[in-house]
Design a protein around this ligand. Structure first.
Ligand SMILES: [Zn+2]
Length: 374
């Protein structure tokens, strides 16, 4: 039986420890101590040094009681988005929210709390299970850096459950898009706007022309694109000689993504061509790569079976965002994103649903019970 009061208490304790991306030192120390108190061996990897964060990823292993069964990795990220300092959790019946000034941090401390509670259940589980490898990652929110620099040589999972989903237990995210981020540095020529405007080349106008010609938003059911940031110019009376534009594109189809990125770059190129003195430098980076699992994949089958066994309706979903699961799949670890009781992530209206967190723990324990079951 999941101890609801203990789960709520632990969650509330965790969200009160500030853990912005890169500043996860304190919370990782607390989590390591909690896991060690349960008798698990813990290690910290070098990811923190690689990216200039306070600590690396935390890895803890619960030994198998039946080594013939799959090794299951459980993951949640411990960093939270802004505004996320000084979080005050408020418990109201079945809901936990922030006092209003900050996010709650259920993304993803609900996942962390669910994993800790599941490990506690497994310690006295009346059924055999394979090794459980707990991985708490850093710096997910700023670019999946913890997962990217995770020391995979310390791990050997057959598959992974990423507890970073919503509040509907049984909902399993089995696919996510690829994403590229783009930066354009637009160069024009500065001039006095009133005296010699003809000597100038307006970098902001050049960028505006490029963006106005661009296909953006939802392009088809698999593909989206956005221009999210623009800055440049010095004063009202100077023709601006520089501006910078940030954009992104995502697609579940690699070819469509390539085509969209090429289109966005071409818009800037042809806009620049219309301005003899204009020049554009662009930079394209891969943010993360797509994945798509199906019911043929063991991790999906196990996740769905566990949901069905507990009376939840399993729902396979394809997500529109990136998460550590993208990186795990890219590294050859089949990973799905599962519900952890969190709702309304990345806003001050974020909540955790206590009954959903309890169900998520029960589901996770069940998923480990049915792993490798014949
Ligand atoms: Zn998250």
């Amino acid at each position: 039986m999941v101890d609801r009061e203990a789960l709520v208490a632990e969650f509330c304790e965790l969200v009160q420890i500030d853990s912005p991306s890169g500043g996860e030192g304190t919370i990782m120390a607390v989590l390591a101590a909690n896991l060690e108190a349960l008798g698990l061996a813990t290690t910290r990897d070098q990811a923190g040094e690689r990216i200039g964060a306070e600590t690396g990823n935390l890895i803890a292993k619960l030994p198998a009681t039946d080594p013939g069964r799959p090794v299951v990795m459980l993951n949640a990220h411990v960093d939270t988005v802004q505004p996320g300092q000084g979080i005050v959790p408020v418990v109201e019946e079945d809901t936990i929210r922030s006092a209003g000034e900050t996010v709650l941090g259920a993304d993803d401390k609900a996942g962390v709390a669910v994993i800790l509670a599941a490990v506690r259940e497994l310690l006295t589980a009346p059924f055999p299970h394979g090794e459980v490898q707990v991985v708490f990652t850093i710096a997910e929110e700023i670019g999946l850096y913890g997962a990217q620099y995770l020391d995979y040589s310390l791990l050997s999972p057959n598959y992974a459950f990423v507890l970073d989903g919503g509040a509907q237990v049984g909902e399993i995210t089995a696919g996510a898009p690829s994403a590229r981020k783009m930066t354009w540095k637009v160069h024009g020529v500065a001039a006095h706007a009133g005296v010699h405007p003809e000597r100038g080349t307006n970098a902001i106008q050049l960028a505006a022309q490029a963006i106005a010609a661009m296909r953006l938003g939802r392009l088809d059911e698999e593909t989206t694109a956005n221009i999210g940031h623009i800055e440049g110019g010095l004063a009202r009376n100077i023709v601006p000689d520089y501006c910078e534009v940030w954009g992104e594109a995502r697609s579940h189809c690699e070819d469509k993504l390539e085509a969209q990125v090429a289109h966005m770059r071409e818009c800037f190129r042809s806009a620049a061509a219309a301005y003899p003195e204009g020049r554009v430098e662009d930079q394209v980076e891969t943010s993360y790569r797509r994945f798509r699992l199906s019911e043929d994949d063991e991790v999906v089958r196990v996740a769905m079976t566990a949901a069905t066994n507990l009376g939840h309706t399993p729902v396979l979903k394809i997500g529109g965002g990136g998460s550590d699961a993208n990186v795990f799949n890219e590294r050859g670890i089949p990973a799905v994103i599962c519900a952890c009781g969190a709702q309304g992530a990345h806003s001050t209206a974020e909540t955790a649903i206590i009954s959903a967190m309890v169900s998520a723990v029960e589901w996770l324990v069940e998923a480990i019970r049915v792993s490798g079951q014949r």
